[in-house]
Design a protein around this ligand. Structure first.
Ligand SMILES: Nc1nc2c(ncn2[C@@H]2O[C@H](COP(=O)(O)OP(=O)(O)OP(=O)(O)O)[C@@H](O)[C@H]2O)c(=O)[nH]1
Ligand SMILES: [Mg+2]
Length: 696
């Protein structure tokens, strides 16, 4: 592929609800552009973008794919992202790299949470938006209802440009409102044009092409004073004015054009491809937030004439090819074999080879100009790092990622594979910023956290296929504690054993009482040397060992103070070991007398949800023994609930919230403190803790 000017590059990200046809649209566009000679299908596992074995197996996208191709004399970088919320990290990376966001909407199922999320994300990042209604060939298409729903959700700037002609509920042709031409398609997606003036678009509802033109004309008129005057005087626009006006309206954010396609029997892909040429180029995209060398906040626009700066927005850890870094060049030109500064780490970096991608196919290139998206292999930079010329040190703001709240304990199914697990997961963490892995120091379990069950299921499958390790995912243990509620009288612990030669003798009287300190507090108040000083450390050690396992369920004991009051010893038979044992006997007896209870961890919860879900979530938190502390409107139909809830009740909250709030909810949940476990749960908890121990 030849090297191009920034103005000839179009970075287009395909977003939308899962299953709405993003991967299929990429396929259809590549076919119409002559890049591939047949259209693959996700269901057949033969598309350009869903090439990962896990995508082929599951028949949906889990990764961000880049399909770069030439069309006319433009380079189009298509980014196909997953629609499933479990893989939102890849979606966010695609949104970062794309300049124009195509939001795909199925003509059959319409606006869903994925559509709304894509829109919100695109707006937040100031991206240009284009709606593409897919599946127009489907017998159950309902285009004009979907169009109305788009207007209801996203406002008056939704502006139909290519709409279908529907006869007897079936798709017949596409009408380009700007040209007032109707296009009928053959099986290869080639079209024949005819005049569309006066055409009825939907025989059932009597919608005409002329009636839809009004919205388009208004959007065009708003782009220019002279056009506005013409519009008010009722004069028709010329073809050129309309065409220029649509592009201008989109560039300035006044209009979000709506296109219609079939991806499987390609229709409308020719018109869409043509339109893509007029998409804003990277230099006119919104400026990126960054910090300069001195740490000052700045904004940077894509600019080929400035010294090099480039952002690593995705990393793939391939066990065979090595590390692949997806890079968007922001300023200057990226070329191999030049020393660069990694502004994030301070390291010097050298890019060996650069590639342009078509799904999994790599083609080497010699340089990449500002605005372009390429892949470098085997560099040490990580996702989120900025590479730059020493003369222009700048760090771009990182992509925002969702919080991994779905936690599972990860174990090796085969003993001895533990090291392989952390090795493999470290590699997967490099490519997935919504995954976290680490030791829960309270339960001593390795915890893998992600965005949902499908996310972790894919991680499990990748561990097997990429690193040959079988992992088991289990509900994480809860770090229960035990404590006491009453002060005891002094309790005796006496250890006496006479076996052959030397005997063993240790005797202590200890008083136990509750305290605020989490770890054991030990004091001694021995008078008259009833226990010699040199045995005190052994007694304390005996107690320290004992508090590791309480008498109820064997959980660590917190909030306990032990005071050594008295005891006796034997000049020959007493030893450190004997006093250690005596202390542990006193502890066991003391715990029983001190009204022991179980404590459970309580977490602090912040839930962000649409207002409409508030009642249901509050009811659910109540069932989870949660305490709602406050509820506040956060604007835009969003409510924030602050609550506290026991950790043992919250394991499935991620999946629950997703289901209730239809993917529009978020939350954070962090350990706060311990509280007494309600007595009705004691037997159940003791049994579960003991059975966990037996397993180990
Ligand atoms: N009839 C018809 N089927 C389509 C069209 N577009 C997509 N499909 C089918 O819809 C299903 C989902 O399409 P995909 O392209 O995989 O959907 P996606 O948006 O990439 O889904 P995710 O990767 O999960 O986000 C597949 O079976 C496609 O063949 C279309 O225009 N017409
Ligand atoms: Mg897909």
């Amino acid at each position: 592929m030849k090297n191009l000017d920034t103005a000839k590059i179009k970075n287009i990200v395909l977003t939308g609800h899962s299953g709405c046809g993003k991967t299929a649209l990429a396929e259809a566009l590549l076919y119409r552009a002559g890049v591939i000679d047949r259209i693959g299908k996700s269901a057949d596992g033969n598309t350009v973008c869903d090439f990962d074995p896990e995508e082929i197996k599951r028949k949906y996208s889990i990764n961000l794919s880049l399909a770069s191709f030439e069309y006319s004399d433009y380079k189009i970088n298509l980014l196909d992202v997953p629609g499933l919320l479990d893989f939102a990290a890849a979606t966010n990376e695609g949104l970062y790299a794309g300049d124009t966001v195509i939001i795909c909407v199925s003509a059959k199922s319409g606006v869903h949470v994925g559509t709304i999320k894509a829109y919100q994300a695109a707006k937040k990042l100031n991206k240009h938006i284009l709606f593409v209604v897919t599946k127009i060939d489907d017998p159950n298409q309902d285009f004009y209802t979907v169009l109305n729903s788009l207007k209801e959700h996203f406002g008056a700037s939704v502006c139909p440009v290519i709409v279908p002609e529907i006869e007897n509920n079936q798709f017949k042709a596409l009408v380009h409102l700007g040209r007032m031409k109707s296009y009928t398609y053959d099986k290869k997606g080639a079209s024949v044009a005819a005049d569309a003036a006066g055409i009825v678009l939907n025989d059932k509802e009597g919608i005409t092409a002329d009636s839809l033109m009004d919205g388009l004309s208004e959007a065009v008129a708003e782009t220019d004073d002279a056009l506005m005057e013409k519009f008010f005087e009722g004069e028709p626009f010329t073809q050129e004015e309309i065409s220029h006006g649509i592009h201008e309206a989109m560039r300035t954010g006044r209009a979000m054009p709506v296109f219609t396609v079939s991806c499987t029997n390609p229709a409308g892909c020719d018109l869409l491809l043509e339109f893509l040429k007029y998409m804003p180029d990277p230099s006119t995209a919104a400026a990126l937030k960054a910090t300069d060398k001195a740490g000052k906040d700045i904004e940077v626009k894509v600019d080929a004439s400035a010294p090099l700066s480039a952002f690593v927005f995705r990393t793939v850890a391939d066990p065979f090819v090595g590390k692949m870094s997806f890079i968007k060049v922001i300023t200057g030109t990226l070329t191999p074999d030049k020393d660069l500064v990694n502004a994030t780490t301070g390291a010097t970096e050298r890019v060996g080879k650069l590639y342009t991608m078509l799904g999994k196919k790599q083609t080497e290139v010699t340089s990449a100009v500002a605005g372009d998206i390429v892949v470098a292999t085997k560099i040490s930079a990580s996702t989120g790092d900025t590479l730059c010329d020493a003369a222009n040190v700048v760090s771009y703001a990182k992509v925002e990622y969702p919080n991994p709240t779905y936690r599972m304990a990860v174990k090796a199914s085969k003993q001895g594979d533990e090291a392989k697990i952390s090795g493999g997961l470290q590699r997967l963490l490099e490519e997935d910023q919504a995954l976290s892995f680490g030791l829960d120091t309270t339960t001593k379990e390795q915890i893998l956290a992600g965005l949902g069950d499908q996310h972790l299921d894919v991680v499990k499958a990748k561990m097997k296929s990429k690193f040959g390790v079988d992992i088991v995912l289990e509900e994480p243990k809860i770090a229960y504690r035990e404590t006491i509620r009453k002060k005891t009288d002094k309790v005796q612990g006496r250890h006496k054993k006479q076996s052959g030669g030397h005997g063993q003798f240790g005797d202590v009287w200890i008083e136990f009482e509750p305290t605020d300190s989490e770890s054991l507090v030990f004091e001694e108040k021995i008078f008259g040397g009833s226990v010699p000083k040199n045995f005190f450390p052994a007694i304390e050690k005996g107690l320290q060992d004992s508090v590791k396992k309480g008498v109820l369920a064997g959980c660590p004991v917190v909030g306990i103070k032990a005071t050594l009051l008295d005891g006796s010893y034997h000049p020959v038979d007493s030893s450190e070991m004997a006093f250690k044992i005596a202390a542990s006997l006193a502890f066991k007896e003391g715990m029983k007398q001190a009204d022991p209870i179980m404590l459970e961890p309580i977490g602090s919860l912040t839930v962000t949800i649409p207002d409409a879900n508030t009642g249901e979530i509050m009811g659910d938190l109540n069932k989870r023994r949660g305490r709602v502390l406050g509820m506040e409107p956060a604007g835009d139909g969003i409510t924030v609930i602050q609550a506290e809830a026991p950790m043992r009740e919250m394991h499935d909250f991620t999946m629950y919230l997703r289901q209730v709030a239809k993917g529009m909810g978020e939350y954070t949940f962090e350990f706060l403190r311990y509280e007494p476990l309600p007595s009705n749960l004691l037997d159940e908890v003791v049994a579960s803790v003991k059975s966990d121990e037996e397993e180990e």
